[in-house]
Design a protein. Structure first.
Length: 348
């Protein structure tokens, strides 16, 4: 039996950004017993874009402005005794071209491909290809969420086009994750990605993340050690990264803050990234503003980048919204450049 589940605002919010939680935890929260559901987000935008270090401006019709477009299937089975089995299969795709994945390097189920067991008392265990908790935390603590193209901190930390600071993919293959139940608003997760290298048992990705949410206040600390994935190529063999984030909802406005540090010992490169942001409801929509600054330090290297964004997201309905964002970017040694886009996002 196949069903669609978008009858409540809460369900819609999670459907539109289920990776904002642990995929396993989102699964446990919104899927009724013994059902399968189809869901996804289509997000496309048009505009004029140029990074600080680009030679020319480009007029674009692209996919994935505020949310990287995807579709998915998930299901759950009640095993009795408070136990549940579930799965999630999710694929990124590009609305502007119809191509699968974020790039040609992505597998078919590029966003998540997990199977797991959940118990309200003992927590959630998932196995497969699943979203990196540090990536989730980056989206949770900036006003533009998981926007891979318009959120300043997401660009600095995760985008190859902006010389990303955190290496390894935002989704880890061959991984096992355990998520604790919430204890007074506190949850913890541990993720281990098997490198699957013959005779190299030490090649693996490890992440530990602690989240706290109680009333208007939320915080996160996430640390990881990465040995494989995008960016881990000679001479770089490993990277350590850590981040902390805070948010406080004053109703009239919501405040966000983030701080990241990375250390790539092979090249003696260290980076520091900070982000401050704010969002506020206005006339049926939300105003969003954010600025991120990254400093890179290594022998012979002293570079910085500052990117700021101002946007407005207007909801036509519970499932459809229109948005516009202006992005300003400056990399040391280059002039400041700006991008302006207009987009539409639809959830199903």
């Amino acid at each position: 039996m196949i069903k669609k589940h978008y009858s409540t605002v809460a369900s819609l919010c999670i459907l539109s950004s289920s990776a904002m939680l642990s995929p396993a935890w989102a699964q446990q929260q919104i899927v009724p017993a013994s059902t399968v559901s189809i869901y996804g987000v289509l997000d496309t935008y048009v505009g004029s874009v140029r990074r600080s270090n680009q030679n020319a401006r480009t007029t674009v019709a692209n996919s994935g402005g505020l949310t990287t477009s995807y579709y998915g299937f998930r299901g759950s089975e009640d095993l009795g005794g408070g136990n549940r089995a579930f799965f999630a299969l999710e694929s990124f795709f590009q609305v502007d071209t119809g191509a699968m994945g974020r790039t040609t390097a992505d597998p078919f189920f590029s966003r998540n491909a997990v199977v797991g067991l959940a118990n309200a008392k003992y927590g959630v265990l998932t196995l497969g290809r699943q979203t990196n908790p540090m990536f989730v935390a980056t989206g949770n603590f900036n006003p533009f969420g998981l926007s891979a193209n318009l959120a300043p901190s997401m660009l600095h930390v995760w985008s190859a086009n902006y010389n990303r600071t955190v290496l390894g993919d935002s989704v880890w293959d061959n991984s096992v994750q355990y998520l604790t139940p919430s204890l007074g608003g506190l949850t913890a997760s541990a993720t281990y990605g098997f490198g699957e290298r013959a005779n190299e048992s030490g090649v693996r990705n490890v992440n530990a993340t602690l989240n706290y949410a109680n009333g208007p206040f939320a915080a996160v600390v996430s640390v990881q050690h990465v040995d494989y994935g995008p960016g881990i190529t000679a001479p770089i063999t490993t990277e350590k990264a850590a981040m902390a984030g805070l948010s406080y909802d004053l109703k009239a406005i919501k405040l966000f803050g983030q701080y990241f540090r990375t250390d790539t010992s092979d090249t003696r490169l260290k980076t520091k990234t900070g982000q401050l942001g704010v969002s506020a409801p206005l006339a049926g929509g939300t105003v969003m503003a954010s600025v991120a600054h990254t400093q890179r330090e290594a022998p012979g290297v002293d570079a910085s980048r500052t990117t700021a964004a101002l946007g407005y997201d207007y909801f036509l309905s519970k499932r459809t919204d229109l948005y516009t964002v202006y992005l300003s970017d400056r990399l040391s040694g280059f002039d400041r450049q700006g991008s302006l886009v207009f987009g539409v996002r639809h959830r199903f």
